[in-house]
Ligand binder design. Structure first.
Ligand code: TIU
Length: 222
């Protein structure tokens, strides 16, 4: 067993029953011309966490922790995209429309790919998801159960949207989740801080938070 010096109190975990879930580190959210930009956001904030997420990937690969990379992307015929999601925000271009990174939030298009610095390695699980939470409409629960995973290390973008939705889905399914503070980011600084605070409030009502360095210290401790 390992223990991270986390907030609101130490986070004990067994690396053999732990997976890291890296949420939506895609060009559509991190680069100009994708979905994040179509929503009116300054996407440059998100690229700043690429090195920290890279350190998390390296730690997991070194310590044989299972890795899941998610991508928010719809089927090319948009049959898995609710009309409400496509209509929201009256975007032009919106989901499924052609933009500088290809069709926005559509599988197989350049914008839907994970940024090259964080490319999954062969054998790592890459999960396409139609919603904000990674459990909705996916095989994630079955995949984790088959590997007897009980603990999740969560990172990626954006903190209050896909990351928080996924943590709440996981929490209700019985997983103990640790959110990596410096390996997640939002387009809104105050939303990130509020999410970290609400996750760990009330005795860790949704889970724990810690930095990648704190996780490393736990993994490297004898
Ligand atoms: N808009 C926003 O902040 N996020 C998303 O739409 N998706 C994810 O968070 N991945």
């Amino acid at each position: 067993m390992k223990s991270v010096d986390a907030r609101p109190y130490p986070y004990p975990f067994d690396p053999r029953h732990t997976a890291a879930v890296v949420i939506d580190m895609q060009r559509d959210f991190l680069e100009p011309g994708g979905f994040g930009a179509a929503l009116g956001n300054d996407v440059s904030r998100l690229a700043a966490i690429v090195p920290a997420v890279g350190q998390l990937l390296h730690l997991c690969r070194t310590h044989q922790i299972a890795l899941v990379h998610t991508r928010e992307a719809h089927l090319p015929d948009l049959s898995d995209c609710p009309k409400s999601k496509r209509a929201r925000g009256h975007l032009s271009p919106g989901i499924g429309d052609r933009g500088p990174l290809g069709r926005i939030l559509v599988d197989g298009e350049p914008g839907s790919e994970i940024v090259p610095e964080l490319a999954p390695l062969p054998g790592e699980y890459v999960l396409r998801k139609p919603g904000k939470g990674a459990f909705y409409g996916t095989e994630l629960m079955a995949w984790l159960a088959a590997r007897q995973i009980t603990h999740l290390l969560v990172a990626g973008v954006t903190t209050e949207v896909c990351v928080q939705s996924t943590m709440r889905e996981a929490n209700d399914r019985g997983f103990d989740c640790l959110l990596l503070e410096d390996a997640t980011q939002s387009y809104f600084a105050e939303f990130k801080e509020a999410t970290l605070a609400m996750v760990r409030a009330q005795g860790g009502i949704v889970g724990w938070t810690a930095t990648v360095s704190e996780l490393r210290r736990a993994l490297e401790a004898a």
